[in-house]
Design a protein around this ligand. Sequence first.
Ligand code: GLY
Length: 359
Amino acid sequence: MSQKIFFTNNVGKILEQLHDKLAPSKTMILTDNNVDEQYVTPILSPVLVGGPLEDIDIMSIKPGEEHKNIDEVKNVWKFFEEYGMTRSSLLINIGGGVITDMGGFAASCFKRGIRFINVPTTILGAVDAAVGGKTGVDFNGFKNEIGVFNEAEAVIISSWVFESLPHQERLSGFAEMMKHAMLSSAEDFDEILKINVIDNDFYEGVWLPLLEKSVGVKRRIVKADPTEKGLRKALNLGHTAGHAFESFALKGGNPIPHGYAVAWGLVVAAVLSNVHRGLPSSILYRLASFVKEKYGVFHITCDDYPELLEFMHHDKKNLTADAVRFTLLSDLGSPEIDCSLSDEEISVGLDVFRDLFGI
Ligand code: GLY
């Protein structure tokens, strides 16, 4: 994997250096209106206005998942053409997962592929979406239905930008960091449970090494299996139940943030890991009480099980129609992929999940 990842609180300097090295024929920034207003224009203006990257044009789109579609990509391609982008041009995606997924996809297809750099501005983007080469857009009601695996030339991760994130957004991204810690080791799990992501000082020196460690877990897995034939499915820990919770909440008209669904899904995965793979109970209890304290309770009853199971059976990462496959842990740092469980076994797991949350 050649992707270079920078952990720095001086994004402008790294962008300048990369720009010099890559020597693109033209460079464009893709961002959204919120990020542009809060971050791109004020923070990068010293390098953009009257500076070395002065010629760069900025395309700013409306924020939100509803704009992550092929029509918006067509607008980006039109902009590329009008701006005279060639195969040796460069796109810099500055934003959350919508921007890095969609910009990466637009760049990967334009003239059969131009280079792109990701500058994530959310925790979720930094530890997950911007890293590892998954690009794409939603299509026909399905998330990330159209896309390609193609890694960014470089990813530039800074932490101070998270200071302006709403609490909910911080916690949402933090769930993926919990997942990485569980996939990594007991030490990383202990460390992550000590973090107070709400009152954190993102300017402080501790935060960048923490992000580096979390991204390192994903990088190691993606390096071994870039196109998700096997081991990369480990990154799905917590997502089988998590996606079902997310879809269930959306259908019921009370959408929940992705990371909250993942946090509750991690508890379900830990319950099932405890019962079926021998994950120590102490780890399950510590995780459940941490998630309950930070994310609250996701209210389900046993009447909701059939619908939740239906969503799990239709998860696109589930290759068999008859059994639901989970990533489970035999211990912290020891993931097991493709663990098939019956509806009965999952229902018992959901009972335990409800007990742990007192519902
Ligand atoms: N978000 C999981 C992965 O990149 O595989």
